[in-house]
Design a protein around this ligand. Sequence first.
Ligand SMILES: Cc1cc2nc3c(=O)[nH]c(=O)nc-3n(C[C@H](O)[C@H](O)[C@H](O)COP(=O)(O)OP(=O)(O)OC[C@H]3O[C@@H](n4cnc5c(N)ncnc54)[C@H](O)[C@@H]3O)c2cc1C
Length: 435
Amino acid sequence: MIEEKFDAIVVGAGMSGNAAAYTLASRGLKVLQLERGEYSGSKNVQGAIMYADMLEKIIPDFREDAPLERHIVEQRFWMMDDSSHTGMHYRSEDFNSDRPNRYTIVRAQFDKWFSRKVREAGATVLTETTVTELIQDAYGKVIGVRTDRRGGIVHADVVVLAEGVNGLLGTRAGLRTPPKPETVALAVKEMHFLPQEVIEARFNLRGDEGCVIEAAGTISKGMTGLAFLYTNRESVSVGIGCLVSDFAQAMESPYALLEDFKRHPSIRPLLEGSEVKEYAAHLIPEGGYRAIPELCGDGWVMVGDAAQLNNAIHREGSNLAMTSGRIAAEAIFQVKSRRDPMTKDNLILYKKMLDDSFVIKDLRKYKDMPNLLHTNSQNFFMTYPQLVSKAAQNFLHVDGTPKLDKERETTRAFVKARSRLGLIGDAFRLALAWR
Ligand SMILES: Cc1cc2nc3c(=O)[nH]c(=O)nc-3n(C[C@H](O)[C@H](O)[C@H](O)COP(=O)(O)OP(=O)(O)OC[C@H]3O[C@@H](n4cnc5c(N)ncnc54)[C@H](O)[C@@H]3O)c2cc1C
């Protein structure tokens, strides 16, 4: 395939791979990036909210030409039961700044742009090339990759594994284990196309402003899950995801869940008249801190979803992917500059730098959260949303019942649904996990 040896091979051209390849190439390293898709982004699925700060640290002037859809000015969190939603909305004019913090993007377009930047930085990017195996020397050090191209072996000092959540290569080489059903969510997503002015009218937006709705409750039928609706320029992304183990146990299908979500009386009017043009399903790593594998070894580092770096509690993934890709590249550059070999002892610098970043600090903070929500999913996703809806209705329905009686009725409903100890226990455990 290619005779020459590279300083680094990056496997995958998603958020983490592009961040790593760009950072390495722009520091003058000889980089080969391999992507199995027809083009960068062709295989990638995201909601998608992109966090500016993390991209700014890689490409400071990205706003000049990146394909951005809308900057988000309004965030809605909805707790849903079958016929209602209780919402917390936050909207601020401050989000209309010169340098907005969050944008919606369409990954197929965004990844193509990012890939062009990687090429311009000097990396060799080969698409439609699947890496089939890591090549290791007699001592287990990774020294290159085998691809599905004819004569497809290439050597490098270090291989950056940015292959996404499935991580087949890393697993095959014994560097990590396959994701467990209880640590990954399966998410399905559709793109609903609507005229720009209809989106702006329905969501109370002007120009490039965007709105996000994230929802939990009976829509996931007692499973640990979240639904979302994001506004793009001329489309609305709508999706839902739940843990794979929950789908298996409940015998529910993600497609049926998405159909129900779209039919919900709070959602249906927002999508009315739209044309569905794209449909996708993808896994999301949700095991949190405890699911993170070894991040480096002799001749390799692992970044992004491949390393399970995803903050499900805050619905962040692409920013952890970009940051881990950038930090891994910076660590590799430092090792290279010292002319040290790419051994685990030297590449551990990547782990140290990542430990000092928000990526590991945030994941460590919520290390008990995924487990708690999973174990008590019936409470968090069925009982409490129904109770909150009942309390709101009771409060808002004016029928001559004295307010004190209404308050008693609400309290009785809470006590009846969950024993007082259970309720307090859940609140206590939640507070502990959140602290
Ligand atoms: C439905 C959904 C909604 C989401 N919404 C958000 C959101 O709103 N905000 C957010 O921040 N995150 C979100 N995420 C998470 C986010 O998409 C991921 O965290 C992020 O894409 C991870 O980037 P990555 O580069 O690690 O992996 P990926 O983007 O999955 O990229 C991996 C790449 O490696 C390639 N590859 C794999 N194996 C090989 C091989 N053997 N050879 C060559 N190439 C290979 C793949 O084709 C792919 O291009 C969402 C995820 C899903 C599924």
